[in-house]
Design a binder for this molecule. Structure first.
Ligand code: PXP
Length: 252
């Protein structure tokens, strides 16, 4: 039987909007409360080194005020590890972070400094934080993540999303196949499989249909739609699209 699919709502871009003017409005913590009321299973926030959207106090307030699992997206720096160990979110998703990028453009490179990564994973595991690695959808990368001791991987769906937006069906299918193969291999190793990046109401269905994937983390499309229809309706529409996709998997 296909397991249920959770939705983690990434609230970073509520903070982007707030920071455009400074001050306190709109409040990402209010967005978290509204997302939970609309059915989010988790809240994700990325504290970037340059604090371009989420700020330190947002993370503290989220941890204090919400009971729903908080997924703290973070680079593998000493500063972020110290913050995670102090705040103790439910989960931490390790992402590569470059100052100049607009968003997280690729998955973590698990080969370049495995000792460092294993130490970060160990330090977070020890603090009771469930670690996921944001990685490219590739079976070899799944094996490497497993060797490093991470219980969860989040598959980067950016290449699939880009191919979909470009209307390039052959490339969309190829990228989707990569995600499918990685998910199947990762799950066979005992990894919990999440996915995210660039997912929209239009493209989420085919990813939701992959039975090994148990959580999707979605931000930009939800906050973008919220400008027009409100966050609750945006989340309900995304959930419905996810469920249609999941249902099609169960039926086939
Ligand atoms: N998952 C991870 C690890 C991310 O870095 C991001 C982007 O912040 C997302 C999911 C959500 O991507 P999007 O905002 O494109 O939905």
């Amino acid at each position: 039987m296909t397991p249920p699919l959770r939705l983690g709502v990434n609230i970073d871009h509520v903070a982007t909007l707030r920071n455009a003017r400074g001050g306190f409005y709109p409040d990402p913590v209010r967005a978290a409360h509204e997302a939970i009321m609309a059915g989010a299973d988790g809240i994700t926030a990325h504290l970037r080194e340059d604090r371009r959207h989420i700020r330190d106090e947002d993370i503290e307030r989220l941890k204090r005020q919400i009971l729903t699992p908080l997924n703290f997206e973070m680079a593998t720096t000493d500063e972020m590890v110290a913050i995670a160990r102090r705040v103790r979110p439910h989960a931490a998703c390790l992402v590569p972070e470059k100052r100049e990028e607009r968003t997280t453009e690729g998955g973590l490179d698990l080969r370049s400094s495995p000792e460092r990564l294993a130490a970060v994973i160990g330090a977070l595991n020890e603090a009771g934080i469930r670690v996921s690695l944001f990685v490219e959808p590739d079976p070899e990368v799944m094996s490497a993540a497993h060797r490093l001791g991470a219980p969860v991987v989040e598959l980067h769906t950016g290449a699939y999303a880009e191919a979909f937006i470009a209307g390039d069906e052959p490339r969309t299918t190829t990228e989707l196949d990569r995600i499918r193969r990685a998910a199947a291999h990762g799950a066979s190793l005992g990894l919990e499989i999440h996915a995210g990046h660039g997912l929209t109401e239009e493209n989420v269905g085919r990813v939701a249909a992959i039975p090994e994937i148990v959580e999707l983390n979605i931000g930009h499309a939800l906050i973008g739609a919220a400008v027009f229809v409100g966050l609750a309706d945006a989340i309900r529409a995304m959930r419905a699209a996810m469920e249609r996709g999941r249902g099609s998997a169960a039926a086939s």
